[in-house]
Design a protein around this ligand. Structure first.
Ligand code: C5P
Length: 221
């Protein structure tokens, strides 16, 4: 039976960095589910459909195919066979992913894809609803948080490194807006699963968080 680890939490809590390191040290797959929502948002934007147009998005969905593939440890995301991995990390597609992820038809479309990876491979999967909806029976569940200011600063530094020109205030506003939308939506909102272990990464280094998680996983089964 594959061993599954769910990591949920708000934007910029460090989920992907930490999930990557954790999966590497355990020899597991890393599944970044946010990338699937971003990949779908990419396809919707390419078709010129506004992220607010739920009905048109629902109609377009059958013709939009999102796939995951692995190149060594690197997860690649495809939309209609186009590798969009390098285009999806923009603030626009982050907001777009957050907007379309409110729609039941979108969540439904991506659910089996996520579950199927976990059926076949031991993995660390990160997202917003992994411990609550996608893998309610995950072997271990973590809920990773940090203050909005710290999360915004981390995101801002990442964006600056990529050459994006954006102010810290703007990133903080977007982080708060996204948190609000993600945690108040009707379907599969961001929330801590009852049996998840909560870790606040505000004052911990990346390796401290990874070690903490490992200490809960290793030898506990
Ligand atoms: O994690 P990331 O910032 O890439 O996710 C982009 C957006 O996708 C999130 O703000 C959230 O709205 C949505 N998402 C989701 N459920 C997941 C993963 C991401 O709704 N499991």
């Amino acid at each position: 039976m594959p061993y599954t680890i769910a990591i949920d939490g708000p934007a910029g809590a460090g989920k992907s960095t930490i999930a990557k390191l954790l999966s590497k040290s355990l020899g597991f797959y890393y599944v970044d589910t946010g990338a699937l929502y971003r990949g779908l948002a990419y396809g919707i934007a390419e078709k010129g459909i506004p992220f607010t147009a739920e009905k048109s998005i629902e109609e377009a969905l059958p013709a939009l195919q999102v796939d995951l593939a692995y190149e060594g440890e690197k997860q690649k995301v495809f939309c209609n066979k186009e590798d969009c991995t390098d285009y999806i990390r923009t603030p626009e597609l982050g907001q777009g992913a957050s907007m379309i992820s409110q729609y039941g038809c979108v969540r439904e479309k991506l659910l089996d894809l996520q579950r199927n990876v976990a059926k076949e491979h031991s993995c660390v999967m990160d997202g917003r609803d992994i411990g609550t909806v996608v893998l309610p029976k995950a072997n271990k569940k973590f809920y990773l948080t940090a203050s909005p200011e710290i999360r915004a600063e981390r995101r801002w530094k990442e964006l600056l490194e990529k050459g994006e020109k954006i102010s810290l205030e703007q990133v903080l506003m977007e982080v708060k807006e996204r948190d609000h939308r993600d945690s108040t939506r009707a379907i599969a909102p961001l929330k801590k699963a009852e049996d998840a272990i909560e870790i606040d990464s505000s004052t911990l280094s990346i390796s401290e968080v990874v070690d903490k998680m490992l200490s809960y996983c290793v030898g506990s089964e």
